[in-house]
Design a protein around this ligand. Sequence first.
Ligand SMILES: Cc1cc2nc3c(=O)[nH]c(=O)nc-3n(C[C@H](O)[C@H](O)[C@H](O)COP(=O)(O)O)c2cc1C
Length: 205
Amino acid sequence: MYINDILRKMGFSSTTYSEVIITLTKGGEKYSMPIGVKYLRKRFEGRIYRKTRIADIILSQPEKISVCVTRDPIIFYRAVLEKEKLEYIEVSHYEAPCIVGCDACIICNIESISETNEWLRIVLNPVHTVIYNVYPRPFHRVEYGIVEALVYYTKLPYVDRATAEKYYNYILVFRETVYRSTTDKKYRAIIDKIVAKAKEVLNKR
Ligand SMILES: Cc1cc2nc3c(=O)[nH]c(=O)nc-3n(C[C@H](O)[C@H](O)[C@H](O)COP(=O)(O)O)c2cc1C
């Protein structure tokens, strides 16, 4: 099957953002960050906020870049708040980094980068796909709740005080979603940590 067909079967599309984790190597170090991508003209397109660390690394020509596909909220949480806890494997032949535990890894080349004051727009050309998990996964609200809370948490430093308070209140609603949808202590602990970290960011402003 052509890579284009595989990616479409995975759910990548030109109309809907797919939330993935971009992973790259530069000078022997590995970096990861969640990002939303659209799949247009057989390429991934995404926008990276210039204030993130990955924006600088992308501009300094990373050696390898891959897109990790997962629904695991713990991997998303680590990719934002505990990056040092992410573990990596290398995809053989390509020596590209892939996060341990993700469902698939798509090795890419950077096709182009364009810059504005605030954003980098990157276009990635997918060259190879490795699928680790072939089992269909049911939709879990806990995944939605944690990932959505992380999205608003990462926006907090860049918005005005009133918007930051609004986002903090959203995070409290996502905490409700998580608590209602699981009794698993590890998920509940994670959403509580996001709430606590969000409160810290809010108090510092
Ligand atoms: C699901 C999800 C999607 C995200 N999508 C983007 C995105 O498309 N572009 C972006 O710049 N930041 C996005 N973020 C926020 C970054 O991941 C976050 O700012 C980053 O982890 C910061 O990394 P740093 O601490 O290395 O600078 C997203 C976060 C989450 C949780």
